[in-house]
Design a protein around this ligand. Sequence first.
Ligand SMILES: *Cc1c(COP(=O)(O)O)cnc(C)c1O
Length: 385
Amino acid sequence: MIPKLKPSLGWRELAAAVRPPRDDDVDRFERGFAREMGQRHAVAFPYGRTGLLLLLEAMGLRDHQVICPAYTCAVVAHAIVLSGNRPVFADCREGEFNMDLERAEAAVTDRTGAILPTSLFGHPVDLDRLAELRARHPHVLVIQDCAHSFAAEWKGRPVQREGDAALFGLNVSKTITSVYGGMVTTDDDDLAERLRRLRDDRLHQATMAKGMRRLLYLLAVYPAFAERLYPLVDALQRRGRLDRFVCYYDDRTIDMPGDHLEAMAPVEARVGLVQVGRYRQVVDRRRRAANSWRSLLDGEEGIILPPDTEGATYSHFSAVVDDRSRWEARARIAGVELGRVIDYVVPELPAYASYRDDVYPVSVHHSRTVVNFPVASGPAGVRWR
Ligand SMILES: *Cc1c(COP(=O)(O)O)cnc(C)c1O
């Protein structure tokens, strides 16, 4: 069975994880990350959402509106609400996964503090359109949500660099991982300093116990994705027996994990730094896998393949299908697990009922019809027909 997602972890991550800690593990990870992303600063957090929470505060935003996609990960909206701001949701652009920047711009008011363009599934945000929005509304700060895209490029321009700051998620389901963890990058020296100060003020130091938990989790990840064991993992997952490990948020309440203010553990930073060194190779492999799926599925009925955007980094190869269960069953016969990365629309979640101030037809359609094909390895050897 080819799993729907699989971290690209090797022996070097394992060796780094068991190495004795050094005081500067997190600093080194931040510097390596900033260099790879072409930014002046990177600040590490225990989760991407913690980074967003403190970034909004460091930007001085409170009681503001923050525009974000309706079709995105719920934790983004959680962080906006818990920072004391109000999420304003914009639907996807027709025929795309990314937020419609026309709709987003129509939602701008003088209370808008920031916008979170999100290069969903690794498809780069239209930076030309975004630049027009910024020029017309200079009071709106831009936070690039790069949790899926990392360094996706729009016409050769990396998305993370065109904004006031960028946000990354680094759990094991992301393109590269630091076990858990998140990162905020920026070229703004003052913002970086404010954010660092807030982080150091607000977060508790990672305890030894946290380091140990993260190490054990990492050690469990290796066999969990091994081909021979994955059918067992898959069976447990389908019976909901792994929810404690894989459901990393609750869609009924707006909250954060209990340890969201406990700093990134040094072991996570050491693993993350090795992963940064692998980033280009990982993205190349994903692009090749995406191309292979594209040729394999080209011409099939009942499926709309993702836009073939140059510069996409394919955190997921996501397609719109006519009947999701049928496609999942069919893939299963071929030994391929399909995923449903985002099968909800944030403002349609019960917890967000009071934030639902528009309709989101494209997002609703995507939440019901999108499947993602495995891109960690691609369809090599799969007998599809
Ligand atoms: C994963 C993710 C984040 C950050 O998530 P954390 O779990 O808090 O690290 C942010 N935005 C999107 C779109 C994501 O998928």
